[in-house]
Design a binder for this molecule. Structure first.
Ligand code: PLP
Length: 234
């Protein structure tokens, strides 16, 4: 019996893609080789961010981004309920508490009005979030300018979950350029816009954050490989 389900995802892999993978398989490095910084530079450059750090998934990118921003026990992380669980779990991995800001019924993104209301209440009870993670649902950007101004007023950091949104634009500029946020992460899982089979990447404009994320990615181990520029201690 044939069943006609709508596929959950369908990737488009060209012969050129396969040849590139074979080249790596036949090279000296199956992981952490020179293709990694090349990929990081290409994606960060496309997004308009100075730095990129590739990891095995967007879940890991969210986790290292939270660690790099100092999230820990007793802190609050807020995100949207209309997302994949990874946007919230990254807070739990750091021992933080997680809460949700309701969505806007037009865009299905985190509502800036609801965020402001929640911040006013949280300030009164001294429970302001350390990190807020807006998610660009289905490639449509959140109102990052307004979220940024609230972050300055209430003193929280912003990680932009752009798992669905690489290639999208906000105010005419590519998502991921970190104009209004500290770190952006995107996913290369096969149901996303572009895929590396599995994978994630964090972009940032801040050299200090880049060094932190890079060191967390590699267990603080550094090694010199021809063609790779590794960040020094920071
Ligand atoms: C919004 C969002 N954030 C994070 C993730 C996690 O991505 P990954 O599978 O690369 O860990 C997903 C995956 O579906 C997602 O949709």
């Amino acid at each position: 019996m044939t069943q006609n389900f709508i596929p959950y995802g369908k990737q488009d892999i060209s012969e050129e893609d396969i040849d590139s993978v074979l080249k790596v398989l036949k090279s000296d490095f199956l992981t952490q080789g020179p293709q990694v910084p090349l990929f990081e530079k290409t994606v960060a450059g496309y997004c308009g961010a100075e730095y990129g750090v590739a990891v095995n998934s967007a879940t890991s990118a969210l986790h290292v981004a939270c660690l790099a921003l100092g999230l820990g026990e007793g802190d609050w992380l807020w995100t949207t309920p209309n997302t994949f669980v990874a946007s919230a779990n990254c807070g739990l991995y750091c021992g933080a508490k997680v809460d949700f800001v309701d969505i806007d019924m037009q865009s299905y993104n985190l509502s800036v009005e609801k965020l402001e209301e929640k911040l006013i209440q949280a300030k009164k009870s001294d429970k302001l979030p350390k990190i807020v993670i807006p998610v660009h649902f289905a490639g449509q950007s959140c109102d990052m300018k307004r979220i940024h101004s609230l972050s300055l007023e209430y003193g929280f950091k912003v990680i932009e979950d752009a798992s669905h949104a690489i290639g999208g634009k906000y105010l005419g500029k590519p998502i991921g350029g970190c104009q209004y946020y500290d770190i952006t992460e995107c996913s290369f899982h096969p149901v996303k816009i572009i895929t590396t089979a599995d994978g994630g990447l964090a972009t940032t404009k801040c050299q200090k954050l880049y060094k932190k994320v890079h060191r967390l990615r590699s267990h603080c181990i550094t090694r010199e490989v021809e063609g790779m520029v590794l960040p020094s201690d920071g």
